[in-house]
Ligand binder design. Structure first.
Ligand code: GDP
Ligand code: IMO
Ligand code: MG
Length: 462
């Protein structure tokens, strides 16, 4: 609130402090994705006024189960389920327009009415992947421009280095590359002078065709479709920065930011190059929406009670054995976006602590505890060793990470069904012990424990 600040930087001057405004609550993945962010956002969204996506694209797949109905969201914020809240897609997101409308229409059929009236899209968001399914419909109705490039790049990686990244092939890397190389096209360009937009669109197509000569594009057909999308999108588009400023500085409002992907997939802090192309850590909430750091409130980290990873890359606690198979089948660990089986292993507290170093979590949501119900014993990775010596940091170099030896702590399994537990005291003592250990080791309070897919299956601790 307003007030006079004490001594400013030792100058003896007093300065006036502005009204700090409302704070945004941020929900972030603390592992390699699919921790259950959608479910945590859904829980908080019942009270939120604005729910925002700040980064990523439809590489994300967030599942929410309400009244026995399962919704999958890729580009729409999971809060779109709440008819009383506004959903915002921020400038940091790369939007696949046909994908967005397809997703909305699909959910509309499931009963999600009026979503277009509750959605706001930032005019600064990139539509690099607007070159969509239709773009290449002249010869294919399955792939799109950036998706094709994504696929071609994967083939190149495989040929040159003998390994690819295992991307979702949604064109995320190529879209963010266009943004960084300053040839990308944004929502405001699409809604501006269409002649200018068309020229830039053609230039972008040429740029890609010079890199990938096999790429065929029916430009005129595409521009016609884009014009139609522009009109459907127009009523939803706002200046995202000003919208957010008003939300932060107007009357009290609950603002929720839904992270996509996760800390270990972050372009700067993740297991590079086996990462996605955006900042999935807390800074992404600021840059992807135009929120000042001062207006960031709670930062909730979501972590599964074990670890999963989709795609390629180091995974120190991976269990290529019966335990991994059990976690995969019991946990239904299949990618929402790609349908690929997720790789599974023990909870790795080294990575969760690393995610906490970057994000400064104020609390943790620990999900899928129920999946561990049948295990005789449960292990938790607590430290990495190199040449027999513990290392205090998380290695940047993937060759080093491949070589670490994980030090485990072993816990007896509780061998009890926890899926009906609704409060702390309903949990078996051995499960409570497991949770308390995790909390102490990360040094962050656990606020929720997930014991099932639906909304009610979330034990709130405080
Ligand atoms: P997100 O990408 O982080 O939103 O997570 P996903 O939706 O991709 O994957 C999480 C999966 O776990 C979804 O199928 C959820 O319905 C499910 N889920 C979330 N929390 C729990 C839980 O506590 N127990 C069980 N059994 N399933 C859960
Ligand atoms: P949510 O939001 C799990 C992974 C891909 C691949 C790498 C790069 O559901 O947690 P990309 O298509 O982004 O270029 O792929 O990142 N990946 C995810 N894995 N959950 C996600 O999102 C992911 N988003 C990207 O599998 O390894
Ligand atoms: Mg997911």
């Amino acid at each position: 609130s307003s007030g006079t600040d004490e001594n400013f930087a030792g100058t003896g001057q007093k300065r006036q402090r502005n009204d700090a405004g409302n704070k945004a609550t941020v929900v972030l993945g603390a592992q390699w994705g699919d921790e259950g962010k959608g479910k945590v956002v859904d829980l908080l969204a019942t009270e939120a006024d604005v729910v925002c996506r700040c980064q990523g694209g439809n590489n994300a797949g967030h599942t929410v189960v309400v009244d026995g109905k399962e919704y999958d969201f890729h580009l729409l914020p999971s809060g779109i389920i709440n008819p009383k809240s506004i959903s915002l897609i921020g400038n940091g997101v790369v939007i696949h327009l046909p994908g967005l409308f397809e997703e909305g229409d699909k959910n509309d059929k499931k009963g999600l009415k009026g979503w277009e009236k509750r959605l706001i899209v930032s005019d600064r968001a990139h539509i690099g992947r607007v070159c969509s399914v239709e773009l290449l419909s002249c010869f294919s109705t399955v792939f799109d421009f950036h998706q094709v490039v994504d696929g071609l790049q994967e083939t190149e990686r495989q040929a040159q280095e003998g390994k690819n990244i295992g991307t979702t092939k949604k064109g995320i890397g190529p879209a963010y590359s266009s943004k960084a190389s300053r040839t990308g096209l944004r929502v405001c360009d699409l809604l501006g002078d269409f002649k200018d937009f068309s020229t830039r669109f053609k230039n972008l197509v040429h740029q890609y065709q010079s890199m990938y000569p096999s790429l065929t594009v029916d430009v005129e057909d595409q521009l016609k479709k884009l014009k139609d999308y522009a009109e459907r999108l127009r009523p939803m588009v706002r200046d995202g920065v000003y919208y957010m400023y008003e939300a932060l500085h107007g009357p009290p409002k609950k603002i929720l930011v839904e992270g996509a992907n996760a800390a270990l997939l972050d372009i700067d802090f993740g297991t590079y190059p086996f990462v996605t192309s955006s900042n999935c850590t807390v800074g992404g909430a600021c840059t992807g929406l135009g929120i000042p750091p001062l207006n960031i409130g709670d930062v909730f980290g979501v972590a599964k009670a074990y670890t999963t990873r989709v795609g390629i890359g180091a995974f120190p606690t991976e269990q290529l054995n019966a335990v991994g198979e059990l976690l995969q089948t019991r946990g239904h660990e299949v990618g929402v976006t790609t349908g690929r089986k997720r790789r599974c292993g023990w909870l790795d507290l080294v990575i969760v602590r690393y995610a906490h170093m970057i994000n400064g979590f104020t609390a943790i949501a620990l999900t899928k505890l129920d999946i561990l119900d049948v295990l005789d014993e449960i292990k938790v990775g607590v430290a990495y060793k190199l040449n027999g010596k513990r290392i205090p940091h998380f290695p940047a170099n993937m060759d080093v990470l491949q070589k670490v030896e994980v030090e485990y702590e072993t816990f007896p399994g509780w061998k009890t069904d926890t899926s009906a537990a609704r409060k702390w005291n309903d949990l078996p003592a051995k499960a409570q012990n497991y949770i308390r250990f995790i909390e102490n080791h990360i040094g962050v309070p656990i606020k929720w424990v997930g014991v099932g897919k639906s909304r009610e299956c979330m034990i709130q601790m405080f």
